[in-house]
Ligand binder design. Structure first.
Ligand code: URA
Length: 258
């Protein structure tokens, strides 16, 4: 756990409303204490909450036990175990997630999570978007929240490329519907790039690139054309490709890839 540096002071709260329900007036500077600790690369937000409750965090010399306490990063001085917070080194990790791993930290059902696969990474990072339990492929994890927000913001249309094994043979007309956009319960999908890779006797294998990241989007798109996904692998995000990264392994993103 590295040392951390962030200057801090509590602005006097003039309001009787609890800190946790006051909306953040200046989001660039003020953040909740819990978020500041996890952004400093120390651990997950739930871990940060438990440290705050355990009275290990001081703001301007006073122990603060409320994880939702707003701090002003320009003025407040935050100590964790009496050490100032160091700005965490930015990390960008590419993981080849296998099927059967969930994309969250901690699972009440105790299933394996992607954090089991990056335990040796040494820094707290969070997944950029999600892959379903049954999806394998490329997952980025980072502690750079601005980068993560940029990658997942629908306005930026970051393309994601999938290899799909459909449960049926798909006609040219079905592929054309996927290309043009299909109607889902949360609205029509944007146009997609769709290439037929090969047909076996019963299944079509295709590659599809979409520029959205809605929940279970690829699976729902296949259902909208009366088929189903049997296998789903994400092979690309933007220009990044999974390449020869072995399944279950991770590597740092290279600066040129950023
Ligand atoms: N689309 C899906 O349906 N599932 C994923 O995991 C990713 C994209």
């Amino acid at each position: 756990m590295g040392s951390a540096r962030i200057a801090v002071c509590i602005l006097p709260s003039l309001s009787p409303v609890p800190q946790s329900v006051i909306r953040n007036p200046t989001p660039e500077i003020k953040k909740t204490l819990e978020r500041v600790l996890s952004k400093a690369g120390l651990g997950s937000r739930s871990e940060a909450r438990s440290w705050i409750h355990a009275r290990r965090v001081r703001v301007n010399g006073r122990v603060v036990e409320n994880p939702d306490h707003w701090v002003d990063l320009k003025r407040d001085k935050i100590l964790f175990d009496n050490q100032p917070l160091a700005a965490a080194e930015k990390r960008y990790i590419l993981l080849y997630k296998p099927k059967g791993y969930i994309t969250t930290y901690g699972d009440p059902e105790k299933r394996p999570t992607v954090y089991d696969l990056i335990a040796d990474a040494g820094t707290w990072v969070a997944p950029v978007g999600r892959l379903d339990l049954d999806t394998s492929g490329l997952l980025i994890l980072t502690n750079d929240t601005a980068f993560a927000e940029r990658m997942t913001n629908p306005d930026f249309h970051v393309p994601k490329t999938y290899l799909i094994k459909a449960s049926t043979l798909l006609s040219d007309e079905q592929l054309e519907r996927l290309r043009n956009g299909v109607e889902l319960s949360d609205g029509p999908t944007r146009p997609a790039q769709v290439n037929r890779l090969r047909d076996s006797t019963k299944y079509t294998h295709l590659e599809m690139t979409i520029t959205e990241g809605r929940n279970r989007q690829v699976r729902r798109m296949l259902e909208a054309v009366d088929s189903k996904v049997l296998e789903l692998v994400r092979v690309g995000i933007g220009k990044l490709r999974i390449g020869n990264l072995p399944i279950g392994k991770w590597r740092e993103m290279e600066p040129r890839e950023l």
